[in-house]
Design a protein around this ligand. Structure first.
Ligand SMILES: Nc1ncnc2c1ncn2[C@@H]1O[C@H](COP(=O)(O)OP(=O)(O)OP(=O)(O)O)[C@@H](O)[C@H]1O
Ligand SMILES: [Mg+2]
Length: 401
């Protein structure tokens, strides 16, 4: 079934039980979709709100195939499902959205760079390096420092190194060899394909941007306003939407680039294009994500249609909703685990102080720097909006009393 019909609810299978899956439940309920969840463990964020749930291993083909029976479409909370399993699903006639041929560009940074080069998308200079000596040769040619990344299995800045000079060139190879990243023990280890080291030109960026678009199987596309994003030690901390000071021509060029990438790669659902704005003005593609993205959380309360609703609309091949912002400025702050263990107790203060503030908690236990929630504020005056959101997040993290 490719579109929703009245005969029975459209069944969306979501693989992965993190907060991204959890945040799809609200819009799924409103759209009358039935969600079936494949959770990695009992009690994870989305499993707490699910009623049709299978607990199992997403890297086990038999588990995923039996989970998908009866699903009209399957989508994801994360990008770690092995390509071979997704291909097997497609062979059985399950609509995988996004499909494995698109998703591989979010799973493997080398595949992504090669596709971006083919599309002529602006990217840092790059090269796949097999040894520390090749990394040194790349740095000598391009200029130090350079960035080294694992092709697969990185997340939240893990698997990305700034290499200042030849003396550090063994670091990424040692990390992969020891299994510290990209190997047996990391969260991203489920995808198939070997882990390679990608060397990149170090971009002296002034800021990072995110261009979020959604594409439906029918080929409709919508583009959200471009956001400015702030990472703290590899973790998204804050987004400001729209990105301050980005002129109309560059906004449109950036949105068009993201829509073109989504179209050319055949993405279904959300595509987040992470970008770097270089000191010389170039806007370069950093990486791609194909699922609702942290830099789009602002849209839950700040846009006419949230990224989660539009993702599900795309998965069910419904017409997409208006991505425009409701207010001139929207600021989202992540709430990371800090010294406050009882987040609910913190709600009393932040909600009574600011009735327009929106809080989203993920049902996760507080651990240091773990993403446990986010807050959103919107309004006409950016410094005021930002101060309100920042206060609430810092209070919930226990940084201020
Ligand atoms: N070529 C580059 N030049 C300068 N900084 C870079 C470069 N590539 C990446 N970075 C920095 O490292 C961060 C993490 O890189 P990247 O997004 O590739 O890794 P990740 O671990 O997959 O991230 P995510 O948490 O988004 O999954 C980027 O957000 C950016 O701040
Ligand atoms: Mg990234």
């Amino acid at each position: 079934m490719s579109i929703v019909s009245g005969a029975r609810p459209f069944v969306v299978g979501i693989i992965g039980g993190g907060q991204l899956a959890r945040m799809m439940y609200g819009p799924a309920t409103r759209l009358g979709l039935h969600v079936r969840l494949l959770a990695e463990a009992p009690g994870v964020s989305a499993e707490q709100v699910a009623h049709d749930v299978v607990v199992g291993d997403y890297t086990d083909a038999a588990t995923v195939l039996s989970f998908a029976e009866g699903c009209d479409a399957v989508t994801f909370d994360h990008e770690h499902v092995p390509t071979t399993i997704l291909e097997a699903l497609e062979e059985r006639g399950v609509a995988v959205r996004p499909g494995p041929a698109a998703l591989v560009h979010a799973q493997d940074k080398v595949v992504m760079r090669e596709a971006m080069a083919q599309l002529g998308a602006p990217c840092p200079a790059y090269q796949v390096v097999a040894t520390a000596a090749e990394l040194v040769a790349f740095g000598d040619r391009i200029g130090w420092p350079v960035i080294a990344k694992t092709s697969r299995g990185g997340y939240d800045g893990k698997g990305v190194w700034k290499i200042d000079g030849p003396a550090e060139a063994t670091v990424p190879f040692d990390a992969v060899a020891s299994g510290e990243v990209g190997g047996g023990t990391t969260a991203g280890s489920g995808t198939s394909g070997e882990v390679r080291i990608l060397a990149e030109e170090f971009i002296d960026f002034t800021r990072e941007l995110s261009a979020l678009v959604v594409r439906s199987p029918s080929g409709q596309g919508v583009a959200y306003p471009v956001s400015e994003t702030f990472q703290d030690a590899g973790i998204c901390a804050e987004t400001v939407t729209p990105a301050p000071g980005l002129d109309e021509a560059r906004i449109i060029a950036t949105q068009q680039l993201a829509l073109r990438i989504a179209g050319e790669l055949g993405v279904v659902g959300v595509l987040a294009v992470e970008l770097m704005e270089a000191r010389d003005g170039r806007i370069l593609v950093n990486e791609l994500a194909m699922r609702p993205h942290n830099t789009g959380h602002w849209s839950i309360d700040g846009a006419h249609t949230s990224q989660f609703e539009n993702h599900l609309r795309a998965v069910a091949d419904l017409p997409l909703g208006d991505p425009a912002a409701r207010a001139p400025w929207t600021v989202m702050e992540n709430v990371l685990g800090g010294s406050r263990e009882d987040l609910a107790a913190g709600l009393l203060h932040v909600m009574s102080r600011d009735p327009q503030l929106k809080v989203e908690l993920y049902g996760k236990t507080v651990q240091p720097r773990r993403k446990v929630g986010h807050v959103t504020a919107y309004g006409n005056d950016l410094p005021d909006v930002r101060a309100r959101a920042l206060h609430a997040a810092r209070y919930l993290m226990g940084e201020i009393a």
